[in-house]
Write a protein that binds this ligand. Structure first.
Ligand code: SAM
Length: 292
């Protein structure tokens, strides 16, 4: 058996020097250099030899080595072409790793899961590029990629936003999407000195265990999330104004006010006061009033 070696800072520095690698800020490159944090992520991801892991942004392959030890198969998607020769080097001892040089946001991940794992649920594990955390997570959810769990390093504030509820200033569309699709659990907070180069923000590892069935009944998921987004687009406005100002919500102000009235919270309520269950009721009511 091989031993992962890159989590040790000296080994990372050696590889970077060997390939004369320059960090690209635009790709959110902050590589992990802490073996304790790597162990924690792997433990939280709960991987076994039956699993296929999708890693987003392997960097120089630090976490990929750990994942390859634990999983049956690892598919790692990296956008930076300068990292591909490095990955071929650092992962040469692991035949169960496939590297794809692509932008994760342009890849059909559903199709990938189908061809690489027969459509069985995969586990996503990543130290995410922070500039695209939300589109990556929302993409996995909304495209209905078969995913069992998502264990990722994200910016600390984003981890908090993912697991907060109504009445909190961080509550928003991301919190509601996470609740609808998964159960969130913050595994650990991670300080900047665990990365090279150090990010300017604190980080946290969060595990999202995906639901087999959503916790609320929704007649039209797209409409639910259009309603949620419209409600938070204009935070300072009432829910009624947020919804009627959105070009995605095609109902008259009367119908919108009627639907909000049914919630029993007054028509001047703001979106940030509604629970997932209330958003579901609101969107189901609107769905029934849709002209077909
Ligand atoms: N996994 C490595 C580690 O922990 O040391 C690197 C993590 S670093 C925070 C984020 C990685 O994502 C970088 O390697 C970066 O090049 C890659 N990346 C950035 N944008 C990407 C995208 N759109 N698609 C795929 N990979 C991307």
């Amino acid at each position: 058996m091989n031993k992962p070696v890159l989590g040790i800072p000296q080994n990372t520095i050696e590889i970077l020097q060997k390939y004369d690698f320059s960090f690209q800020k635009k790709f959110g490159q902050n590589f992990l250099i802490d073996t304790h944090v790597l162990d924690k992520i792997i433990r939280a991801a709960d991987i076994n030899k039956e699993d296929m892991v999708l890693e987003i942004g392997p960097g120089i392959g630090t976490m990929t080595q750990y994942l390859a030890e634990a999983a049956g198969k690892v598919v790692a998607v990296e956008i930076d072409k300068n990292l591909i020769p490095i990955l071929s080097d650092t992962l040469r001892a692991y035949p169960n790793v496939r590297i794809i040089n692509e932008d994760i946001l342009k890849l059909d991940i559903r199709e990938l899961a189908l061809t690489e794992h027969g459509g069985k649920p995969v586990k996503v594990v990543a130290n995410l590029p922070y500039y695209i955390t939300t589109p990556i997570i929302m993409g996995l959810f909304e495209e209905h990629v078969p995913v069992e769990s998502i264990t990722v390093m994200v910016q600390k504030e984003v981890a908090e936003r993912m697991q907060t509820g109504p009445g909190n200033k961080d509550y928003g569309a991301l919190s509601l999407a996470v609740q609808y699709y998964a159960s969130p659990y913050i595994v650990a907070n991670v300080p900047p000195n665990c990365f090279m180069p150090r990010p300017r923000v604190g980080s946290a590892v969060i595990r999202l265990t995906c639901h087999e069935h959503p916790p609320v009944e929704v007649k039209d998921e797209r409409l639910l999330f259009d309603v949620i987004r419209a409600s938070f687009n204009q935070r300072r406005k009432t829910l009624a104004n947020g919804l009627s100002n959105s070009d995605k919500i095609v109902f008259s102000k009367e119908v919108i006010l009627e639907a909000i009235g049914k919630l029993g919270k007054g028509t001047g309520v703001r979106g940030e006061a509604l629970t997932l269950e209330e958003f579901a009721r609101l969107s189901n009511y609107l769905y029934d009033r849709k002209e077909r």
